[in-house]
Design a protein around this ligand. Structure first.
Ligand SMILES: Nc1ncnc2c1ncn2[C@@H]1O[C@H](COP(=O)(O)OP(=O)(O)OP(=O)(O)O)[C@@H](O)[C@H]1O
Ligand SMILES: [Mg+2]
Length: 488
């Protein structure tokens, strides 16, 4: 590195740029253009040339450049107007203004007109080289950000398109969801576990006008009661033992966006009162802290019958009416069996891709079983079942063997010559089919799953009471029932 070349070891084209950049030179001086062309090419750039701003506009219209080197030449208003035009045409790239023996005033005006940098030609090539390098880095970054944004947007789009359903019932749900997308109205999603409440909540947010704003989720059943208040509203530093630092609650995190209150039916009466206050006043009161205004769109979800929870005094009526301004009910899968075939196709394709398996479809005797089953765990149960089958199979089509629940004998994973189970005379209607005589004893997990199912059934799906029955924590119950895909 020599003193007169302070950045001599840095290339003009940044390493990260995966292509040869294009530089457009706009200069009336043909001799200078020739000289620069030589240098730029030697440094790994493609070069276009123009004598004037008009010529540059024509070139840019045909082929965008990463960087335009624009010689100010005509100092004064005409030069500035021409520069503005080029900057406008050069939105995706950068414009570097060059001038001979420039005045400070020209530099300032150029930058104000939208130029990326200003280089005095009298300083030699080195300054220009550095300016080009910086400009190319900036262009590269901008393009990367644009690509990421596009990908993110695509993912949001996917979420919506991936709500599968051709039944009349789902068409109705989607119609209602579309109606509330661009409004701030408070939505309550009701439906059994696994029926798609969160999927619809996300679709509403990510297709509404707040899609760029945060979507924040809080699961009232999965978080221990004692933590829920600070999770929701935050706490001040030193508000209680262990509150070492201030904590921002979910309401603040969701400011200007959407807060998704999942399993709202599990909220204690004490917190119901606090939530009601926030919804009424638009102000939160962090534990031990000062009140603050928040602007949050609330979507809540429940798999309980909130109406009867209100009747029995477990849920405040006034809060219920605040939350259920616009209720949308997700029908259970067993009442919209038309959705089963497209969901099956969708999940097979999804998991085959994910697992890198070339699976074409299912044997003909599988779909009738799936169509007649009751699906207490709804779409989540179907999704999990297909996932297991895709992982289990060694074949290009899924057979009954890959669905242990419907097979007569438990499958021998990995045994290739296992016979395909013959169709059963009667189709299972309950979540757990009667154990066939030759079946080995239930595994610990199966017993656990049965106990949980019974406790949830006995308490009408109330986690707090089911957890008390099972003598385990509510969060544990929630996690396990989710894992087994059998809440309801
Ligand atoms: N119509 C649908 N199309 C595609 N996937 C679906 C559909 N409905 C549900 N799913 C999938 O099923 C699973 C369960 O859905 P989701 O989490 O939205 O249910 P939920 O009603 O919120 O259940 P829970 O009450 O247990 O939280 C998710 O993986 C979701 O992507
Ligand atoms: Mg959910």
């Amino acid at each position: 590195m020599s003193a007169d070349q302070p950045y001599g070891d840095k290339a003009m084209v940044p390493e990260g740029l995966q292509r040869r950049p294009t530089i457009l030179m706009v200069d009336a001086d043909a001799r200078l253009r020739k000289l620069l062309r030589y240098h730029l090419r030697r440094h790994g750039c493609d070069v276009d040339e123009a004598e004037s701003a008009d010529g540059a506009a024509t070139v840019l219209a045909a082929a965008p450049a990463d960087v335009v080197l624009f010689d100010l030449g005509l100092v004064g208003d005409a030069g500035m107007d021409a520069l503005r035009r080029i900057v406008e045409l050069q939105r995706a790239g950068c414009v570097i203004v060059t001038a001979s023996h420039a005045r400070l005033e020209d530099a300032v005006r150029s930058l104000r007109a939208g130029a990326y940098d200003f280089v005095d030609k009298a300083n030699g090539f080195e300054d220009l080289r550095l300016a080009i390098r910086n400009a190319l880095e900036s262009v590269d970054l901008r393009q990367a950000v644009q690509q990421l944004r596009a990908q993110l947007h695509e993912r949001d789009e996917e979420r919506f398109e991936h709500i599968i359903g051709r039944s009349v019932e789902m068409a109705r749900v989607m119609k209602l969801a579309r109606k509330v997308m661009d409004s701030d109205i408070t939505v309550l999603l009701e439906g059994e576990s696994g029926s798609g409440k969160e999927l619809v909540a996300r679709a509403i947010h990510f297709h509404g006008r707040k899609r760029e704003r945060p979507f924040v989720t809080i699961n009232c059943a999965a978080i221990p009661e004692t933590l829920l208040e600070t999770e929701l509203f935050g706490h001040a530093k030193g508000a209680f033992t262990g509150a070492i630092a201030q904590r921002v609650g979910k309401f603040v995190e969701a400011h200007e966006g959407t807060l998704f209150l999942d399993e709202i039916g599990e909220l204690s009466l004490g917190l119901q009162a606090k939530l009601l206050r926030v919804l009424q006043t638009g102000e939160i009161e962090p534990v031990g802290g000062r009140t603050a205004s928040v602007n949050v769109r609330v979507i809540s979800a429940t798999n309980l019958d909130l109406g009867s929870a209100v009747q029995s005094g477990r849920f405040r009526a006034d809060l219920y009416y605040r939350l259920a301004v616009f209720p949308i009910r997700l029908p259970p899968l067993r009442t919209r069996r038309d959705d089963i075939p497209p969901l099956v196709d969708f999940f097979i394709a999804k998991f085959a891709r994910q697992e890198g398996k070339a699976i074409r479809g299912m044997a003909g005797n599988v779909l009738p079983r799936l169509l007649h089953y009751d699906w207490p765990g709804n779409v989540r149960e179907l999704e999990n079942m297909i996932y297991r089958a895709v992982v289990l199979t060694d074949d290009r089509i899924l057979t009954l063997r890959d669905f242990p629940m419907f097979a007569v004998t438990a499958p021998q994973v990995g045994a290739d010559n296992d016979p395909v189970a013959p169709p059963q005379p009667s189709l299972p209607r309950a979540a757990v089919p009667p154990a066939p005589p030759a079946t080995p004893p239930l595994s610990l997990e199966e017993m656990e799953s049965q106990a949980i199912r019974q406790a949830l059934a006995a308490t009408g799906g109330n986690y707090t009471r089911a957890a008390a029955l099972l003598k385990i924590g509510r969060a544990t119950l929630y996690r396990k029932s989710k894992k087994f895909g059998l809440q309801s």
